[in-house]
Structures are given as structure tokens and as C-alpha cells.
Design a protein around this ligand. Structure first.
Ligand SMILES: [Zn+2]
Length: 96
């Protein structure tokens, strides 16, 4: 594994063989009241956040392009436990 010392937040691993595919939906309206519980390293052009809103949790994927634009995708809403499990699998490259 490559270690970049300037980075504090975790990097998402490359997709492993046999990984599961998450459903990424483009939200009609970006919800910004959610609490961000964890996030992947912003040194990469795609940043993932584990978010919590009310009693539900989900993962947001933000893809930044070179022109300063961004695209936002989100998973379905889950319980916190399910979202935290999915978050760990995502970081490990077991889910994409
Ligand atoms: Zn980094």
C-alpha cells in the first residue's frame, strides 16, 4: 500500500476483485444539513463522505473536475450501522 505522509484522511482503495456495486443516485437537491461523520482524503478528485441526517445515514460521492465543477452522487439512506459497514467496505475496495 502506498503511504502519502501529508494525508490524514483515508484513501479509498482500488476496487478489489469480486467487489459489490453500490447504487449511486444523483440527488434532486443537494442536502447540506447532514452531519459529516467521516470523509476520504481530499487529495483525490473523488471524495467520499459518510453522512448522518436525522436517524438515517448515507454516503455521498463528490467528483471534482478540472474546471472547478462537481458532480454529487448519493447512496440510499440506511441505518447508521449499515452505512458504517458500507463505508468500511468502500474504503477497502470491496464496494464501488
Ligand atoms: Zn490523500
Amino acid at each position: 500500500m502506498e503511504i502519502i505522509t501529508d494525508c490524514i484522511s483515508p484513501h479509498v482503495n482500488q476496487a478489489q476483485e469480486g467487489h459489490m456495486q453500490l447504487v449511486w443516485r444523483q440527488p434532486a437537491k443537494a442536502e447540506d444539513r447532514a452531519r459529516v461523520v467521516a470523509w476520504s482524503c481530499p487529495c483525490q478528485s473523488t471524495v467520499y463522505e459518510l453522512r448522518r441526517l436525522g436517524g438515517q445515514s448515507y454516503i455521498r460521492r463528490t467528483e471534482y473536475d478540472d474546471d472547478g465543477g462537481r458532480k454529487i452522487y448519493e447512496t440510499y439512506r440506511w441505518s447508521y450501522n449499515k452505512a458504517a459497514e458500507t463505508w468500511a467496505a468502500l474504503l477497502a475496495g470491496q464496494m464501488v
